[in-house]
Design a protein around this ligand. Sequence first.
Ligand code: ADP
Ligand code: MG
Length: 272
Amino acid sequence: MSDVEEAVDQEFAADRSKENVVLRVEDLQKTFGGLVATDHATFDVERGTITGLIGPNGAGKSTIFNLISGFYQPDGGRVEVNGVDVTGMEPYEVADHGLIRTFQTPRKLEGMTVREAMLVGPRNQPGESFVNLLTSPGSVGEAEKRNLADAQRILEEFEIDHLATQPATDISGGQMKLVELARAMLAEPEILLLDEPVAGVNPTLRNKLADQIQRLNDEGTTCLLIEHDMDFVMKLADPVVVLDQGSVLMEGPPQRVQTDSRVIEAYLGGDA
Ligand code: ADP
Ligand code: MG
Protein backbone atom coordinates (compact mmCIF):
# COMPACT_ATOMS: atom_id res chain seq x y z
CA MET A 1 0.00 0.00 0.00
CA SER A 2 1.40 3.41 -0.92
CA ASP A 3 1.64 6.28 1.58
CA VAL A 4 -1.19 8.03 -0.17
CA GLU A 5 -3.44 4.98 -0.02
CA GLU A 6 -2.62 4.55 3.66
CA ALA A 7 -3.45 8.17 4.37
CA VAL A 8 -6.73 7.76 2.53
CA ASP A 9 -7.47 4.60 4.48
CA GLN A 10 -7.11 6.42 7.77
CA GLU A 11 -9.62 8.88 6.43
CA PHE A 12 -12.20 6.16 5.93
CA ALA A 13 -14.72 8.02 8.07
CA ALA A 14 -15.43 11.73 8.30
CA ASP A 15 -12.93 14.19 9.74
CA ARG A 16 -14.10 14.95 13.28
CA SER A 17 -11.07 17.02 14.24
CA LYS A 18 -12.29 20.34 12.88
CA GLU A 19 -12.10 23.27 15.26
CA ASN A 20 -14.64 25.72 13.93
CA VAL A 21 -17.71 23.63 13.32
CA VAL A 22 -20.99 25.25 12.30
CA LEU A 23 -22.95 22.03 11.81
CA ARG A 24 -22.40 18.80 13.71
CA VAL A 25 -24.24 15.64 12.70
CA GLU A 26 -23.82 12.94 15.30
CA ASP A 27 -24.88 9.32 14.87
CA LEU A 28 -28.14 10.21 13.09
CA GLN A 29 -30.60 7.43 12.44
CA LYS A 30 -33.86 7.25 10.50
CA THR A 31 -35.89 4.29 9.34
CA PHE A 32 -39.01 4.25 7.20
CA GLY A 33 -40.86 1.03 7.93
CA GLY A 34 -38.15 -1.58 7.50
CA LEU A 35 -35.93 0.66 5.39
CA VAL A 36 -32.86 2.19 7.03
CA ALA A 37 -32.47 5.55 5.25
CA THR A 38 -29.95 7.07 7.68
CA ASP A 39 -27.58 4.69 9.42
CA HIS A 40 -25.40 6.17 12.17
CA ALA A 41 -24.42 9.11 9.97
CA THR A 42 -21.75 11.31 11.52
CA PHE A 43 -19.93 14.29 10.04
CA ASP A 44 -19.07 17.93 10.75
CA VAL A 45 -19.21 20.99 8.53
CA GLU A 46 -16.45 23.50 9.11
CA ARG A 47 -17.34 27.18 9.11
CA GLY A 48 -16.47 28.96 5.88
CA THR A 49 -16.41 25.86 3.69
CA ILE A 50 -18.54 24.68 0.83
CA THR A 51 -18.86 21.07 1.90
CA GLY A 52 -20.14 18.64 -0.72
CA LEU A 53 -22.49 15.78 0.17
CA ILE A 54 -22.54 13.18 -2.56
CA GLY A 55 -23.57 9.56 -2.98
CA PRO A 56 -25.56 7.33 -5.29
CA ASN A 57 -29.33 7.69 -5.71
CA GLY A 58 -31.11 6.58 -2.57
CA ALA A 59 -27.97 6.95 -0.40
CA GLY A 60 -30.00 9.08 2.01
CA LYS A 61 -28.74 12.58 1.16
CA SER A 62 -32.14 14.31 1.09
CA THR A 63 -33.22 12.44 4.20
CA ILE A 64 -30.21 13.82 6.08
CA PHE A 65 -31.20 17.35 4.99
CA ASN A 66 -34.73 16.72 6.24
CA LEU A 67 -33.39 15.46 9.57
CA ILE A 68 -30.95 18.36 9.99
CA SER A 69 -33.50 21.05 9.14
CA GLY A 70 -36.31 19.72 11.33
CA PHE A 71 -38.59 18.40 8.58
CA TYR A 72 -38.12 14.81 9.80
CA GLN A 73 -37.65 13.66 13.38
CA PRO A 74 -34.61 11.39 13.79
CA ASP A 75 -35.00 8.00 15.48
CA GLY A 76 -31.62 8.57 17.10
CA GLY A 77 -28.64 10.87 17.14
CA ARG A 78 -28.12 14.59 17.42
CA VAL A 79 -27.79 17.73 15.31
CA GLU A 80 -25.96 20.84 16.49
CA VAL A 81 -25.97 24.23 14.78
CA ASN A 82 -23.43 26.69 16.16
CA GLY A 83 -23.05 24.50 19.21
CA VAL A 84 -26.79 24.53 19.93
CA ASP A 85 -28.62 21.21 20.05
CA VAL A 86 -31.41 21.63 17.49
CA THR A 87 -32.47 17.97 17.43
CA GLY A 88 -36.25 17.70 17.32
CA MET A 89 -36.81 21.43 16.74
CA GLU A 90 -39.33 22.71 14.22
CA PRO A 91 -37.95 23.88 10.85
CA TYR A 92 -38.57 27.57 11.66
CA GLU A 93 -36.67 27.19 14.94
CA VAL A 94 -33.71 25.59 13.17
CA ALA A 95 -33.88 28.47 10.68
CA ASP A 96 -33.75 30.92 13.58
CA HIS A 97 -30.47 29.31 14.59
CA GLY A 98 -29.08 30.25 11.18
CA LEU A 99 -29.63 27.11 9.11
CA ILE A 100 -31.65 27.42 5.91
CA ARG A 101 -32.23 24.71 3.33
CA THR A 102 -33.57 24.44 -0.20
CA PHE A 103 -35.63 21.56 -1.53
CA GLN A 104 -34.67 19.15 -4.29
CA THR A 105 -38.20 19.63 -5.61
CA PRO A 106 -39.24 23.21 -4.81
CA ARG A 107 -42.56 23.58 -3.06
CA LYS A 108 -45.49 24.90 -5.01
CA LEU A 109 -46.05 28.56 -4.31
CA GLU A 110 -49.73 28.88 -5.04
CA GLY A 111 -51.22 32.35 -5.36
CA MET A 112 -47.92 34.24 -5.25
CA THR A 113 -45.89 36.07 -7.84
CA VAL A 114 -42.23 35.18 -8.26
CA ARG A 115 -41.22 38.30 -6.32
CA GLU A 116 -43.60 37.53 -3.48
CA ALA A 117 -42.38 33.94 -3.37
CA MET A 118 -38.83 35.21 -2.93
CA LEU A 119 -39.74 37.68 -0.22
CA VAL A 120 -41.66 35.19 1.88
CA GLY A 121 -38.40 33.96 3.29
CA PRO A 122 -38.01 30.73 5.23
CA ARG A 123 -38.04 32.69 8.48
CA ASN A 124 -41.28 34.47 7.64
CA GLN A 125 -44.83 33.27 7.41
CA PRO A 126 -46.93 34.30 4.43
CA GLY A 127 -48.75 37.49 5.32
CA GLU A 128 -45.90 38.91 7.37
CA SER A 129 -43.97 42.06 6.74
CA PHE A 130 -42.56 41.25 3.30
CA VAL A 131 -45.96 40.87 1.77
CA ASN A 132 -47.13 44.04 3.52
CA LEU A 133 -44.33 45.72 1.67
CA LEU A 134 -45.94 44.85 -1.62
CA THR A 135 -49.43 45.88 -0.58
CA SER A 136 -48.74 48.89 1.66
CA PRO A 137 -45.26 50.18 0.85
CA GLY A 138 -45.65 53.19 3.14
CA SER A 139 -45.52 51.07 6.29
CA VAL A 140 -42.25 49.24 5.79
CA GLY A 141 -38.88 49.66 7.38
CA GLU A 142 -35.36 49.83 6.06
CA ALA A 143 -34.80 46.09 6.40
CA GLU A 144 -37.74 45.28 4.15
CA LYS A 145 -36.62 47.85 1.60
CA ARG A 146 -33.21 46.26 1.57
CA ASN A 147 -34.78 42.83 1.08
CA LEU A 148 -36.81 44.10 -1.84
CA ALA A 149 -33.68 45.58 -3.40
CA ASP A 150 -31.77 42.34 -2.77
CA ALA A 151 -34.58 40.31 -4.32
CA GLN A 152 -34.49 42.57 -7.37
CA ARG A 153 -30.71 42.27 -7.63
CA ILE A 154 -30.83 38.48 -7.41
CA LEU A 155 -33.62 38.31 -10.02
CA GLU A 156 -31.47 40.45 -12.32
CA GLU A 157 -28.33 38.41 -11.70
CA PHE A 158 -30.23 35.26 -12.59
CA GLU A 159 -31.78 37.14 -15.54
CA ILE A 160 -35.29 36.29 -14.42
CA ASP A 161 -36.33 39.80 -13.39
CA HIS A 162 -38.86 39.82 -16.26
CA LEU A 163 -40.66 37.04 -14.37
CA ALA A 164 -41.01 39.05 -11.15
CA THR A 165 -44.74 39.66 -11.46
CA GLN A 166 -45.68 36.29 -13.00
CA PRO A 167 -47.47 33.68 -10.91
CA ALA A 168 -44.80 31.57 -9.21
CA THR A 169 -46.58 28.44 -10.41
CA ASP A 170 -46.18 29.48 -14.08
CA ILE A 171 -42.40 29.31 -14.38
CA SER A 172 -40.22 26.41 -15.54
CA GLY A 173 -38.66 23.86 -13.21
CA GLY A 174 -35.20 25.35 -13.73
CA GLN A 175 -36.43 28.88 -13.01
CA MET A 176 -38.17 27.52 -9.93
CA LYS A 177 -34.81 26.24 -8.67
CA LEU A 178 -33.36 29.73 -9.03
CA VAL A 179 -36.23 31.28 -7.10
CA GLU A 180 -35.74 28.63 -4.43
CA LEU A 181 -32.05 29.51 -4.14
CA ALA A 182 -32.75 33.22 -4.22
CA ARG A 183 -35.22 33.07 -1.35
CA ALA A 184 -32.78 31.02 0.71
CA MET A 185 -30.05 33.59 -0.01
CA LEU A 186 -32.29 36.43 1.11
CA ALA A 187 -32.62 34.84 4.55
CA GLU A 188 -28.86 35.44 5.02
CA PRO A 189 -28.23 32.10 6.70
CA GLU A 190 -25.01 31.20 8.47
CA ILE A 191 -25.21 27.81 6.86
CA LEU A 192 -27.12 27.09 3.68
CA LEU A 193 -28.11 23.54 2.73
CA LEU A 194 -28.60 23.14 -1.01
CA ASP A 195 -30.31 20.00 -2.33
CA GLU A 196 -29.38 19.50 -5.99
CA PRO A 197 -29.57 23.20 -6.89
CA VAL A 198 -28.77 22.67 -10.57
CA ALA A 199 -30.88 19.61 -11.34
CA GLY A 200 -32.93 20.52 -14.42
CA VAL A 201 -31.17 23.87 -14.82
CA ASN A 202 -29.59 24.69 -18.20
CA PRO A 203 -25.76 25.05 -18.48
CA THR A 204 -25.78 28.85 -18.68
CA LEU A 205 -27.85 29.24 -15.52
CA ARG A 206 -25.83 26.46 -13.93
CA ASN A 207 -22.71 28.62 -14.24
CA LYS A 208 -24.57 31.60 -12.82
CA LEU A 209 -25.70 29.50 -9.90
CA ALA A 210 -22.15 28.34 -9.28
CA ASP A 211 -21.01 31.98 -9.29
CA GLN A 212 -23.76 32.95 -6.83
CA ILE A 213 -22.93 30.12 -4.46
CA GLN A 214 -19.23 31.00 -4.65
CA ARG A 215 -19.97 34.68 -4.00
CA LEU A 216 -22.18 33.84 -1.05
CA ASN A 217 -19.42 31.67 0.36
CA ASP A 218 -16.81 34.39 -0.21
CA GLU A 219 -19.05 36.68 1.83
CA GLY A 220 -18.97 34.21 4.71
CA THR A 221 -21.90 31.82 4.25
CA THR A 222 -21.05 28.19 4.90
CA CYS A 223 -22.69 25.79 2.43
CA LEU A 224 -23.55 22.12 2.50
CA LEU A 225 -24.17 21.11 -1.09
CA ILE A 226 -25.87 17.99 -2.41
CA GLU A 227 -25.39 17.74 -6.15
CA HIS A 228 -25.60 14.94 -8.65
CA ASP A 229 -23.61 16.91 -11.27
CA MET A 230 -20.06 15.87 -10.38
CA ASP A 231 -18.33 18.68 -12.29
CA PHE A 232 -20.44 21.21 -10.43
CA VAL A 233 -19.84 19.82 -6.95
CA MET A 234 -16.16 19.02 -7.47
CA LYS A 235 -15.48 22.56 -8.72
CA LEU A 236 -17.20 24.22 -5.76
CA ALA A 237 -16.84 21.92 -2.78
CA ASP A 238 -13.95 21.11 -0.46
CA PRO A 239 -14.17 18.83 1.42
CA VAL A 240 -16.58 16.31 -0.03
CA VAL A 241 -18.45 13.86 2.23
CA VAL A 242 -19.57 10.63 0.56
CA LEU A 243 -22.74 8.97 1.78
CA ASP A 244 -23.56 5.35 0.94
CA GLN A 245 -26.53 3.39 2.27
CA GLY A 246 -27.22 6.01 4.91
CA SER A 247 -23.68 6.13 6.34
CA VAL A 248 -20.63 8.25 5.70
CA LEU A 249 -18.30 6.24 3.48
CA MET A 250 -15.45 8.73 3.45
CA GLU A 251 -14.53 12.40 3.44
CA GLY A 252 -11.74 14.19 1.65
CA PRO A 253 -10.68 16.79 -0.89
CA PRO A 254 -12.55 16.49 -4.21
CA GLN A 255 -9.65 15.08 -6.21
CA ARG A 256 -9.10 12.30 -3.71
CA VAL A 257 -12.78 11.42 -3.38
CA GLN A 258 -13.23 11.24 -7.16
CA THR A 259 -10.50 8.65 -7.57
CA ASP A 260 -11.18 6.60 -4.43
CA SER A 261 -11.96 3.00 -5.31
CA ARG A 262 -14.61 2.66 -2.57
CA VAL A 263 -16.46 5.69 -3.90
CA ILE A 264 -16.32 4.44 -7.48
CA GLU A 265 -17.58 1.07 -6.30
CA ALA A 266 -20.47 2.65 -4.36
CA TYR A 267 -21.54 4.56 -7.48
CA LEU A 268 -21.23 1.53 -9.72
CA GLY A 269 -23.20 -0.56 -7.21
CA GLY A 270 -25.98 2.05 -7.03
CA ASP A 271 -28.21 3.14 -9.88
CA ALA A 272 -26.46 6.48 -10.38
P1 ADP B 1 -30.98 10.54 -1.94
O1 ADP B 1 -31.40 11.95 -1.70
O2 ADP B 1 -29.57 10.25 -1.55
O3 ADP B 1 -31.25 10.09 -3.35
P2 ADP B 1 -33.16 9.90 -0.13
O4 ADP B 1 -32.74 10.48 1.16
O5 ADP B 1 -34.17 10.64 -0.90
O6 ADP B 1 -31.88 9.58 -1.01
O7 ADP B 1 -33.74 8.45 0.12
C1 ADP B 1 -33.07 7.47 0.89
C2 ADP B 1 -33.99 6.28 1.06
O8 ADP B 1 -35.04 6.61 1.96
C3 ADP B 1 -34.64 5.83 -0.23
O9 ADP B 1 -34.72 4.42 -0.23
C4 ADP B 1 -36.02 6.46 -0.14
O10 ADP B 1 -36.95 5.73 -0.87
C5 ADP B 1 -36.30 6.42 1.34
N1 ADP B 1 -37.15 7.54 1.79
C6 ADP B 1 -36.86 8.85 1.81
N2 ADP B 1 -37.86 9.57 2.30
C7 ADP B 1 -38.85 8.69 2.61
C8 ADP B 1 -40.17 8.80 3.17
N3 ADP B 1 -40.66 10.00 3.50
N4 ADP B 1 -40.88 7.67 3.34
C9 ADP B 1 -40.38 6.46 3.01
N5 ADP B 1 -39.15 6.27 2.49
C10 ADP B 1 -38.40 7.36 2.28
MG1 MG C 1 -32.19 13.42 -2.93
